[in-house]
Design a protein around this ligand. Structure first.
Ligand SMILES: *[C@@H]1O[C@H](CO)[C@@H](O)[C@H](O)[C@H]1NC(C)=O
Ligand SMILES: *[C@@H]1O[C@H](CO)[C@@H](O)[C@H](O)[C@H]1NC(C)=O
Ligand SMILES: *[C@@H]1O[C@H](CO)[C@@H](O)[C@H](O)[C@H]1NC(C)=O
Ligand SMILES: *[C@@H]1O[C@H](CO)[C@@H](O)[C@H](O)[C@H]1NC(C)=O
Length: 395
């Protein structure tokens, strides 16, 4: 009798567990609300990556120089606003609040002002991090910037973008997945920290922030890419901690010379009118018959154009671009757009870069956001004495 009761009890328990399991797999939201208070056994991690964008711009000892941001930075920030419609775009900077307005008014770059006028953009003071807690000096701005990045991400959560990470489509389908962190691989397979999505106060990001401080050895990679790649392995198992996306998602192509040429190189307009590659066919979901009938393998078409449809963000590898500039110039990669990433270069649409960022930039042009740029551009980067200098539009 006693045994029967236990057996029935056990069976009931199993049945109940199965029901819950089934329910949880069918309807995650339902189960999470009903079980939320009592237990988190079946609770899928709710997504809580806020729609806030973070850029970091440090000036270090150059506090007195004017804040002359290049066009490519405008493209990155405008694209983030255009595709993401975030509640805030923070530009974390070591320029004090009482100085920033003055700098915006007195800049030689029309793009600094254009950036400041993008809705939601807010320059936000962040105290410089020049030393690890073990007393190692962090000399260089890129390294200091890495520390600001993890600090703001673990605190606010949101979307961190390097200043040369160009958003190509809305990220909310990713943000709404039940993961605390979303990261992407770069060429070679490592996790690249130039684009990071994170929920505030999550464990992986907090560990990344804390360990970066301990592990910093002055090398470029150790505390950033190497550490993040290692941590993603460690946090792979706990449910919902981290989703790893493939290279194409955030870091298509790479920093290698040939890839830079593929990305930035100016081409002749194709004879085939392939402006619509990928856009012209009915999608398989609309009409499968039509899709199958009209299908062609893109690889078979003669075109320099990449298909960007799997990329949510495109990283521009500016550091490598700058380093490689001499060779790229020798090979005349920018053609008649010798200045690099200018408005004319983008509007011409003759490089993969230009095609990728074109829609956002055209939107800015149509809205008149760049109207004052024409007059300023002669001052900004056009003058002979500035050729190759600091005001070059590329750098
Ligand atoms: C900082 O980063 C640069 C590369 O961005 C690297 O060359 C340098 O050695 C790093 N070290 C320190 C101590 O800042
Ligand atoms: C795109 O559509 C137009 C009109 O339907 C058609 O004439 C053209 O051939 C199509 N282009 C491609 C690349 O399929
Ligand atoms: C799909 O496309 C085919 C071929 O163009 C057409 O005959 C058919 O009516 C379409 N089906 C739907 C549901 O629109
Ligand atoms: C641009 O310059 C021209 C001539 O120098 C001037 O007439 C025009 O008002 C300027 N436009 C803007 C937007 O400043």
């Amino acid at each position: 009798m006693y045994h029967t009761k236990t057996l029935i009890g056990t069976l009931l328990f199993i049945l109940l567990s199965l029901t819950l399991l089934l329910q949880s797999s069918l309807s995650p939201t339902l189960i999470s609300t009903s079980l939320h208070k009592s237990t988190n056994l079946f609770q899928p991690t709710p997504s809580s990556i806020p729609n806030i964008v973070h850029f970091v711009h440090l000036v270090g000892s150059k506090q007195t120089t004017s804040l002359d941001l290049p066009f490519r930075q405008f493209i990155a920030i405008y694209s983030a606003w255009y595709y993401l419609k975030p509640s805030n775009i923070f530009i974390h900077t070591d320029i004090p609040d009482n100085d920033i307005q003055h700098k915006i008014e007195n800049t030689k770059s029309p793009y600094t002002r254009a950036i400041a006028n993008i809705p939601g953009v807010q320059f936000k003071y962040h105290a410089p991090i020049t030393e690890t807690s073990t007393g190692n000096t962090i000399h260089e701005l890129p390294n200091q910037s890495d520390f600001v990045r993890t600090d703001v991400l673990q605190h606010y959560g949101g979307i961190y973008l390097d200043d040369d990470a160009y958003v190509l489509r809305d990220l909310s389908p990713l943000r709404n997945l039940p993961y605390q962190n979303i990261v992407g691989r770069q060429g070679g397979g490592q996790i690249c920290p130039a684009v990071l999505l994170a929920a505030p106060h999550n464990k992986l990001m907090s560990a990344y922030h804390a360990l970066q401080d301990r592990i910093f050895d002055g090398e470029w990679q150790t505390h950033a890419t190497t550490l993040l790649t290692a941590l993603v392995r460690d946090f792979q198992n706990p449910d919902g901690q981290v989703l790893v996306l493939d290279q194409e998602t955030f870091f298509p192509l790479s920093w290698m010379h040939d890839d830079l040429v593929t990305l930035y190189g100016v081409n002749e307009h194709s004879v085939v009118d392939d402006d619509k590659v990928g856009d012209n066919r009915s999608t398989p979901m609309e009409n499968l018959t039509e899709f199958v009938e009209n299908f062609y393998l893109q690889g078979l078409r003669e075109s320099w154009k990449r298909d960007w449809r799997l990329s949510y963000v495109m990283h521009g590898w500016t550091t490598s671009l700058t380093r490689d500039l001499e060779r790229l110039e020798e090979e005349d990669v920018f053609g008649e757009f010798g200045e690099g990433i200018t408005l004319e270069y983008v509007l011409a649409g003759r490089s993969n870069f230009a095609v990728a960022v074109g829609r956002a930039v055209r939107h800015a042009v149509e809205r008149g956001v760049l109207d004052h740029v024409g007059n300023m551009s002669t001052v900004f980067g056009g003058g002979e004495e500035e050729k190759g200098g600091e005001l070059r539009s590329l750098v």
